[in-house]
Design a protein around this ligand. Sequence first.
Ligand code: TRP
Length: 461
Amino acid sequence: MANDDLIIDPWGSAQSTDYDRIIEQFGLSSMEGVSLDSPSKLHRRGIVFAHRDVDQILEAQRTGEAFGVLTGLMPSGQMHLGHSMVVEQVKWFQQHGGDVTIAVADLESQATRGVSLEKGRRVALEEYIAHYAALGLDPDQTNVYFQSTRPVVQRLGFQLGKRTNLNEFESIYGFSGETNLAHVQAPLVQVGDILHPQLDEFGGLRPVVVPVGVDQDPHLRLTRGLAAKTNWFNLRDASSRGLLVSLSVHDENAAVFGQLPNGRVDKAKVAAVFDAVVEALTDLGFSDIMSSPKQGHVHVPSATQRDKHGIRHALLSLERRLGGLGLMAPASTYHHFAVGMTGDKMSSSQPKTTLFLRDDLAAVEKKIKRAFSGGQPTVEEHRRFGGNPDIDVAYQYMMYFFEEDDNYLAEINASFRAGKLLAGEMKQLCVERATEWMSNLHEMRDQTAHLVNDFLAEDSR
Ligand code: TRP
């Protein structure tokens, strides 16, 4: 790895906002040009800026196939505006047909922040889930669980831990000899969080999308890599035309794939596996399937890129029937971080940098009035040179959180830039919108308080 490469530390306080570089270095895909059905304001405004494999999810939305949405929360501290962005995205996916799973990272919070499991549970319900309900998540389509009481999550993490090593952790997370091992365990548990909704008892094989801030991308890279390493079948482009399926032999499947311990091959077993692959492909409607166990692959010349998802799905089901885990790499979406109110980074430990969802209206007004401004130092200069809405907190918060109307935003943006709308006036507009948004949220929180327990999965009540 070159020295100037970015390392994103999910536990650190540094935050890279060099989004183009993040896209390029970590191989994310841009959301530009991805067309969505009834996009939310975060989508329309480019705030959700990147993804991995989100097309799989959109395809499932279009065809009405099942898909899952997973997110996790750290039960420590108070919920603030920044946290609400993931909830808004989860809600959007939910409204478009996704079933939602929410991991309460109580083990991670205990190990990395010293929060006891009891306290973690209380904070998760009273602070986080209470607000998720108020923000409009549907309890009937949401399952909240705790890392500490869903053993399969930990088991899966442990099991997949076999397919990575400290070198990989060093390159993904920048770990070194002094790294606390809780920081090795927590990502593995998170791998379990992200992959377990695909297990048969938790909804079964289907694409799952994980909306996160980019700070969580290291966990997604790890998870996607591990899922791929467990797969029993590879699918790749044929050098001539079409797609090739081949076997990926490892400990777990050597017996099923007829690889005998003495290095010999049980040809009948290999033939049976190849026949099963051919059958799975035939079921998908292909009729030009060329199976060559000797060369180790099945070639489908007529298969195109568009068939990849369906074929991969069929191969994962086959893998499950043969005894494998059959895990699909998770999809993900990434959002920009809103600037902190002081102009620095938003942080729960610096109350002036954000609005907490429990702030009263007086505090909301005070924080906005003191927020970092993109206006000029004097009214004269502002009228002459105009302000900069890109760094103006009041404008940014309307765009990220409080204002639904795109046209209105465009108007105040232009008028601020032109120096017609003054910095104080922009703040006043933001105070009005924020007050309305917050009082509505607080009212909803009272109205939905009785629903909080309905969000809990059966194993978590
Ligand atoms: N590590 C996440 C955080 O710090 C919480 C989390 C746990 C999570 N499991 C997850 C997030 C799965 C997304 C998906 O906030």
